[in-house]
Design a protein around this ligand. Structure first.
Ligand code: ATP
Length: 506
């Protein structure tokens, strides 16, 4: 039996400020060490946030290591031998161009100032002007012409948003790695870094994994873990943090085939985001104007946040740069012997250092995109005729597979054996799903609370339940209510929240 509660619904756009305050109020994200007024660009995940984030990470992990027999996972340490970062180029080249305003004493990333200017042109319909500016910036940064970058900022008449002046310092490079000392005594200690990316933990384990997991090229290694960057400008909530989490997969391929694999992963990863519920119209590819030192080709998958299209994932064709560098500094061969027959020579492809295609997505940025997409405020009308009322409701339209709570069970009243019945249902569901029982407040209020944290189903237990073992299942998005036997709940919820619903679309 279906009982459509909804007559109409209209959705309004939300701002980042709405999302930040919702995230705090409903236990998704808190500022770090808030009682001490917080620590810039560091955040903590609350009870609902950690569930959502874990679900997103699981979804990525399984899409990589369970859907592909030739992708296996590792969990490498955050600390690595310091030479790792020399080899990878991070000691010498992992820096952002910064510029200070002499009046406000505020520091900015020079490239971000120029990108924001280009976004302004784009917004005004001056697409060609935006493209020319970005191309010029890319050219100057690639040539490491920092004086040129400063001149471009001046020519574009970019002013400090705080002091409103163009009184700028020179542009300088600022290394983003955090360092610390390892060792008990000061003299004997050595400098080590907090990893700025998880990828290097994969590269240095390439042969360990290839041999122990008996993998043959092409194959991939996936990893989820923390990364640290001393970002110059920390803004936009969890979009740019100093401590964050990456989900990276390095795919090792035969040289010459990297172009096909790059296309393959580019498309596969975009489909994954769409399957998760990020609409195609809010996703786009953005080719890099300035390639990183290791890259042959690079593209970002961007999502349209309330503050514009921004990167959530990078797909990079990294050539054999990293493995060759590690080979040189560690003096350990990083060769792979390829037994497949090369049709041109009739002989095996033989020994080579594989090329790499990387997919790298930030768990926190994905979390933010998911939250921005799910957070909706809609105007709804309820009831019929004279009884009809218009009101607004806020809700999180999260995919059921990633929602922190899958179902909330509500005894209609706190007596007559209804709480006991609710608990019985809870016992049958809790081994497989994160479900809760809520007894307090009127049922309407309880529905509202669950809408706000994105719970896809609410199960109402009433007096009829005691007679015929049926319950009312209320659907978050449509507010429709369906009566069903308790015995069907497990299968019903299981179908909706299964990762399979997402994987089927890949
Ligand atoms: P940006 O240009 O925004 O600084 P990036 O190109 O340096 O990002 P990558 O080095 O390609 O980023 O890292 C891969 C992914 O890691 C990014 O797509 C992003 O999702 C995530 N990431 C990078 N830096 C941060 C950060 N400071 N805070 C949160 N996530 C980050």
């Amino acid at each position: 039996m279906s009982n459509p509660a909804q007559n109409s619904a209209a959705t309004t756009e939300s701002t980042l400020a709405d999302i930040v305050s919702h995230a705090k109020e409903y236990g998704f994200v808190f500022p770090s060490s808030e009682i001490y007024d917080g620590l810039a660009a560091v955040y903590d995940y609350g009870p609902n946030g950690v569930e959502l984030k874990n679900n997103l990470k699981q979804l990525w992990w399984k899409a990589m290591t369970q859907l592909n027999q030739n992708v296996v996972g590792i969990d490498a340490a955050i600390f690595m031998h310091p030479l790792t970062w020399k080899a990878s180029g991070h000691v010498d080249g992992f820096s952002d161009p910064m510029i200070d305003n002499l009046d406000s004493k505020k520091r900015y990333r020079a490239d971000v100032l120029l990108e924001e200017k280009a976004a302004e042109y784009e917004k005004n319909g001056e697409i060609a002007r935006a493209e020319t500016l970005l191309a010029e910036m890319g050219r100057l940064l690639t040539a490491e012409d920092l004086a040129g970058v400063k001149q471009l900022i001046i020519d574009e008449k970019i002013l400090c948003p705080v002091s409103k002046t163009g009184n700028w310092t020179d542009v300088r490079q600022f290394n983003l790695m955090f360092s610390t000392q390892v060792g008990a005594v000061a003299e004997g200690s050595s400098l080590i870094y907090l990893r700025p990316e998880t990828a290097q933990g994969i590269f240095v384990n390439f042969l360990n994994v290839q041999k122990s997991a008996r993998q043959q090229v092409p194959f991939g290694i996936a990893q989820i873990g923390k990364a640290f960057r001393n970002e110059i400008v920390a803004r936009q909530f969890i979009f740019r943090m100093r401590e964050f989490e990456q989900m990276e997969m390095q795919f090792f391929v035969r040289p010459g085939t990297e172009g096909e694999w790059y296309q393959h992963w580019k498309e596969t990863r975009r489909r994954w985001h769409e399957a998760l519920g990020l609409p195609a119209a809010k996703l786009r590819f953005h080719d890099h104007d300035k390639l990183a030192h290791y890259a042959k080709a690079a593209v970002d998958i961007e999502y349209e946040f309330p503050f514009g299209f921004k990167e959530i994932e990078g797909i990079h064709s990294r050539s054999d740069f990293d493995l060759t560098q590690h080979q040189a500094l560690s003096r350990k061969k990083q060769n792979y012997f390829d037994n497949d027959i090369n049709p041109e020579t009739g002989k095996p492809y033989g020994n080579y250092v594989p090329f790499v295609v990387e997919t790298s997505v930030g768990a926190d940025r994905l979390f933010l995109a998911t939250l921005c997409q799910a957070f909706q405020e809609e105007t709804i009308t309820e009831g019929e005729g004279e009884e009809q009322k218009t009101k607004t409701r806020k809700l999180l339209r999260l995919h059921p597979a990633v929602a922190p709570v899958k179902a909330a069970i509500f005894p209609l009243v706190k007596k007559d054996g209804l709480p006991e019945k609710a608990n019985e249902i809870y016992q049958t569901l809790r081994y497989d799903f994160r479900v809760i029982v809520e007894e307090k407040d009127a049922i309407g209020k309880r529905y509202t609370r669950q809408d706000l944290i994105g719970t896809p189903f609410c199960i109402a237990v009433d007096h009829q339940t005691l007679e015929d073992n049926t319950v009312t299942v209320r659907h978050r998005d449509s507010r429709e209510q369906t009566r069903m036997p308790i015995s069907e709940l497990h299968g019903y919820i299981g179908h909706a929240v299964s990762f399979s619903r997402i994987f089927e679309q890949l």
